[in-house]
Design a binder for this molecule. Structure first.
Ligand code: ATP
Ligand code: MG
Length: 254
C-alpha cells in the first residue's frame, strides 16, 4: 500500500484577506475530487490543511509575541473550526476522515518537530481512514508555544512514513518566475538562482508563504523524495495530482 500526502492550502479553502472566513464551496469541491479518487484507489491518504484566515491573523495577534496560554487556546480553537468544516465536508462526500490536532500530538523545540505521535495516524490508515491534520499552534520547549505549519508537517510525515506521492495545493499555478510563468522543476541547485523570485504570501502569513513552502519541500527533496506544488483553486487539479499527472512545480533532488 503506498502512501499519499496532500496539503490543501489555507489560501484555497479560506478567504485569506479576511478573518475566519471559509470558502465552503471550495472545501466541498475538493472533498468531491478526493472522494472520486479514493473509491478507485488502494492508496492510503493523509490530508493536511493550512490555517488560512483561521490561523495566520490569530497567531500573529496571540502567539508570535510570546507565550500566552489564552492566545494558544484562541488560535487553536479558531483553526479547529476550519478543521471541523473540512471533516464534515469529507465525511459528507463519503470519505471516512478523522481529525488529528498537532497541539495534542506534537512537540516542538524552537519550531522544529521533536515529537510526533504516529500511532493513531498509522492505525487510521490501516483501517482505511483518512487522518486530517492542519497547521496549528503547538507547545515548544524553548518558546512555550510556536506555530507548526502544514508545510512543515507534510515533509516530516512524508519522511518518517515513507510516502510516495506528496503535494501541496495552493492558490497559484505553481512556483512562478519573474515573468509569472510556472517553474517546472526546482532543485537545491536551481533554487540558489530562483530564490530571489520567491516571496512570502500576499496575505497575513506567519509561515513564510511560498518561500517557506519551497524551503520545507527542498529539505525533503535532499533526502530523495520529490513533491509538487500546484493550483488547488482550479477545478480538477487536485484530481489530476492524485492520479499522478504532471501538475505545477516539481521539487526534486536533481
Ligand atoms: N514566486 C512565487 N510563486 C508563486 N507564489 C508566490 C511566489 N512568491 C510569493 N508567492 C505568494 O505565495 C502565496 C502562496 O502562499 P500562502 O502561504 O499564502 O498559501 P498557502 O500555503 O496555500 O496557504 P496557508 O499558509 O494558509 O496554508 C501565493 O498566493 C503568492 O501570493
Ligand atoms: Mg502558507
Amino acid at each position: 500500500m503506498s502512501l499519499l500526502i496532500l496539503k490543501i492550502g489555507g489560501s484555497v479553502i479560506t478567504e485569506k484577506d479576511a478573518v475566519s472566513c471559509a470558502r465552503k464551496d471550495e472545501i466541498d469541491r475538493i472533498s468531491q475530487e478526493i472522494a472520486s479518487f479514493k473509491v478507485n484507489s488502494q492508496d492510503a491518504i493523509i490530508l493536511v490543511h493550512g490555517a488560512g484566515s483561521f490561523g495566520h491573523p490569530q497567531a500573529m495577534k496571540w502567539v508570535t509575541g510570546g507565550f500566552d496560554a489564552q492566545g494558544v487556546y484562541l488560535t487553536h480553537s479558531s483553526v479547529k473550526l476550519l478543521n471541523s468544516m473540512m471533516l464534515d465536508s469529507l465525511n459528507t462526500a463519503g470519505i471516512r476522515a478523522l481529525p488529528v490536532h498537532p497541539l495534542s500530538s506534537c512537540l516542538l523545540e524552537n519550531g522544529k518537530i521533536v515529537e510526533f505521535n504516529l500511532g493513531q495516524i498509522k492505525l487510521m490508515l490501516e483501517r482505511g481512514v483518512v487522518p486530517v491534520l492542519h497547521g496549528d499552534v503547538v507547545m515548544d520547549r524553548a518558546k512555550g508555544a510556536a506555530v507548526l505549519s502544514g508545510d512543515r508537517i507534510v515533509p516530516y510525515l512524508a519522511s518518517v512514513m515513507n510516502a510516495s506521492k506528496i503535494g501541496a495545493g495552493s492558490n497559484v499555478d505553481g512556483v512562478l518566475d519573474d515573468t509569472g510563468a510556472v517553474i517546472k522543476k526546482i532543485t537545491p541547485v536551481s533554487f540558489i538562482d530562483i530564490k530571489k523570485h520567491i516571496q512570502g504570501s500576499g496575505s497575513a502569513d506567519v509561515t513564510g508563504g511560498m518561500l517557506g513552502k519551497v524551503s520545507e519541500f527542498l529539505e525533503l527533496a535532499k533526502s530523495g523524495t520529490s513533491s509538487r506544488i500546484f493550483n488547488a483553486s482550479r477545478k480538477g487539479m487536485v484530481s489530476k495530482f492524485l492520479y499522478g499527472e504532471d501538475v505545477g512545480t516539481l521539487i526534486a533532488d536533481k
